[in-house]
Design a protein around this ligand. Structure first.
Ligand code: GLU
Length: 281
């Protein structure tokens, strides 16, 4: 049986792009008699807000989407993130780093999916671990696992290329875990067999496949869907003025009708679907 999920971060209101993501995950599960789960990715204590969580639950109900089981909260799983990080440290795969974003930008010679690629400044150096971020030595990790593959339902088989991000941060200075570590562990813990999310996170799956191999986790299939974009080709974002789902709900718009429209590939003026954000071939 397949199990999909919608995994929003409650750090802002949901918009039509989120509705589309939730519908894709929900409908793929229903079409195959599988389960659709909801996970609230709320480990960013500064930015996560209870009112956004309440809105997410109301927005999904308004769209007519029901999830199976109880909503999961990522913040309840911090111990599992710490344990996995300890394991990777014991394997000698993590190293501490204090480099700031500005230092990385100045030192970088390559541009990766998330911007300037960390050039490995602190790798092999004697760095004070107190208050540091911890990075994964990707070259060493890949030497341990050998070549890895993963499959996206739409794009087909992929050779994992986690090195496109450089040595990624797995333990952040300010947060209990990075997105990559938390999402990979939670998808495994929740028994997700089909990881559904937007094309903007396609490249992240290279990193997640590596983490699965290192931590002995089951390997799901992925389904990266197209993204709703504005006329300039950029992903929808509340800050650029797209009405949030909450705004539409409170204004009395019909959520089921909006869901039907998105399913039919019809969008409000100025919004279209794009595959253009798939960054790693
Ligand atoms: N929580 C992430 C976000 O809202 C999505 C995680 C995922 O689907 O992998 O962007």
């Amino acid at each position: 049986m397949i199990r999909t999920r919608f995994a929003p971060s409650p750090n802002g209101p949901l918009h039509l792009g989120h509705a589309y993501a939730a519908i894709v995950a929900h409908d793929l599960a229903r079409a195959r008699q599988g389960e659709f789960r909801l996970r609230i990715e709320d480990i960013d204590g500064e930015r996560s807000k209870a009112t956004f969580v309440e809105d997410i639950l109301l927005d999904l109900a308004w769209l007519g989407l029901e999830w199976d089981g109880d909503a999961a909260f990522q913040s309840h799983h911090l111990a599992s993130f710490a344990k996995a990080a300890e394991r990777l440290k014991t394997m000698g795969l993590l190293y501490p780093c204090h480099c700031t974003r500005a230092q990385i930008t100045a030192a970088a010679t390559e541009l990766g999916p998330d911007g300037p690629v960390y050039p490995g400044t602190c790798r092999g150096r004697d760095v004070d671990p107190v208050g540091a971020a911890w990075r994964l030595d990707v070259t060493k990790a890949l030497a341990l696992t050998g070549p890895l593959e993963w499959t996206d339902e739409r794009a087909g088989p992929q050779r994992a290329q986690p090195q496109v991000f450089g040595d990624i941060v797995l333990l952040r200075k300010d947060l209990p875990a990075s997105y990559h570590l938390a999402v990979t562990l939670d998808d495994a813990a929740d028994g997700i067999t089909l990881v559904t999310r937007g094309m903007d996170l396609f490249a992240a799956s290279h990193v997640h496949r590596l983490l699965q191999a290192l931590l002995g986790l089951p390997v799901p299939t992925w389904h990266h869907h197209d993204l709703l974009v504005e006329p300039d080709g950029r992903k929808l974002a509340k800050r650029r003025g797209s009405a949030s789902l909450g705004d539409r709900r409170r204004a009395g718009e019909d959520g089921a009708a909006i869901a039907a429209m998105l399913r039919e590939g019809r969008f409000p003026a100025g919004i279209s679907l794009s595959r253009g954000l798939h960054q790693v071939p």
